[in-house]
Design a protein around this ligand. Structure first.
Ligand code: HEC
Ligand SMILES: [Cu+2]
Length: 315
């Protein structure tokens, strides 16, 4: 890791696939360069000044067929390369059956990480080898970009969006994490480490982390201060759904659809409550668009997430 090497380690299954595409492109370009160079030399020698080679016009059909041939062959080649490279991205877009969901918040200038059990870290991300990691990422202020060269993955994190990034680390070790989008004066210090551990070591590591949940605590305070608790909690006169356990579970809507309450749903429920109205409730929740900062939204959704954990802990 400290020594400079020409080739980065390929530490995830995506890295292997990306490298194969890269080598394929280099080999393809190399073959074309070799062919063109060969033809340059071949024609230069064959048609040199004074040579006896025939300089007559080739028959019309022959010229047309060659023209058509290389037009379709190169077009086909480009489409094939596109399909090959795109298939890897499509494969990544399908959620795997078993995965580790980890929340990442980018802010000037750090990466805050929260594991599904509430364990937190800053500028470090511990992940188990051999398991697909599903990052759910948000930005609290400006655009950042989560970049792990050794995994060949990079995802911009745009404020207002919930982004996903999936990868399957394969090699144990420590790898660089960068912010790859200029995000202010200390952008260059927004770096960190990814530690890939064996699943057993990872379980041990998780077990010894304190469960300090500062984001969720902040969210809890906002939930009371902004009047959410007034409608959503115990003694309230207004009929509003209880939020405990809502994160990650299916929610029936008035229009008959059933959606999963993921990060984006929670966010939209707060900003555009009239869009997806929970079945059995009146659309009386006011929109908080413009009234909450990105950071406050992130804290509120961390709080709502923590409610589902609390419920899962006490069956
Ligand atoms: C005036 C009462 C009221 C206030 C204030 C209010 N809500 Fe709501 N909220 C509702 C009602 C009613 C619904 C169900 C109808 C709907 O989906 O719009 C709801 C739905 C939701 C949902 C979706 C719940 C589910 O079961 O799918 C979330 C999440 C939510 N609110 C969060 C918040 C947060 C966070 C705040 C504070 C920033 C807040 N609410 C403030 C009344 C309120
Ligand atoms: Cu950044």
């Amino acid at each position: 890791m400290d020594s400079l090497t020409l080739m980065l380690p390929a530490a995830s299954s995506e890295a292997v696939g990306t490298d194969i595409i890269l080598y394929g492109l280099i080999a393809g370009s190399g073959a074309i360069i070799a062919l063109v160079s060969f033809l340059i030399f071949f024609f230069a020698i064959r048609y040199r000044k004074g040579s006896k080679a025939s300089r007559e016009r080739l028959p019309e059909w022959f010229r047309r067929d060659i023209e058509l041939g290389w037009t379709f062959a190169t077009a086909g080649l480009f489409v094939a390369i596109f399909a090959w490279a795109a298939s890897q991205n499509f494969a990544l877009a399908v959620p795997p059956l078993s995965r580790q969901e980890i929340h990442v918040v980018g802010k000037q200038w750090m990466w805050k990480v929260e594991h599904s059990g509430g364990q937190r870290e800053i500028n470090e991300l511990h992940v188990p080898a051999g398991e697909t990691v599903d990052l759910v990422m948000e930005s609290q202020d400006v655009i950042h970009s989560f970049f792990v060269p050794a995994f060949r993955v990079k995802q911009d994190v745009v404020p207002g969006h919930v982004e996903r990034l999936r990868f399957t680390p394969e090699k144990k070790g420590t790898y660089h994490l960068f912010c790859a989008e200029y995000c202010g004066s200390e952008h260059s210090k927004m770096t960190g480490r990814i530690v890939v551990m064996s699943p057993d070591d990872y379980a041990d590591w998780l077990a010894v982390q304190p469960e300090g949940d500062d984001l969720a605590d902040e969210g809890r305070k906002l939930f009371v201060a902004r009047g959410c608790a007034g409608c959503h909690e115990g003694s309230s006169q207004v009929r509003a759904p209880r939020l405990a356990g809502v994160y990650g579970s299916p929610v029936p809507l008035t229009d008959g659809r059933i959606v999963t309450a993921d990060e984006q749903y929670i966010r939209d429920s707060i900003l555009q409550p009239k869009r997806d109205v929970v079945a059995g409730f009146a659309p009386i929740m006011p929109s908080f668009a413009g009234a909450l900062t990105e950071g406050e939204l992130v804290s509120l959704s961390a709080y709502i997430r923590s409610l589902s954990r609390a419920r899962a802990d006490q069956p």
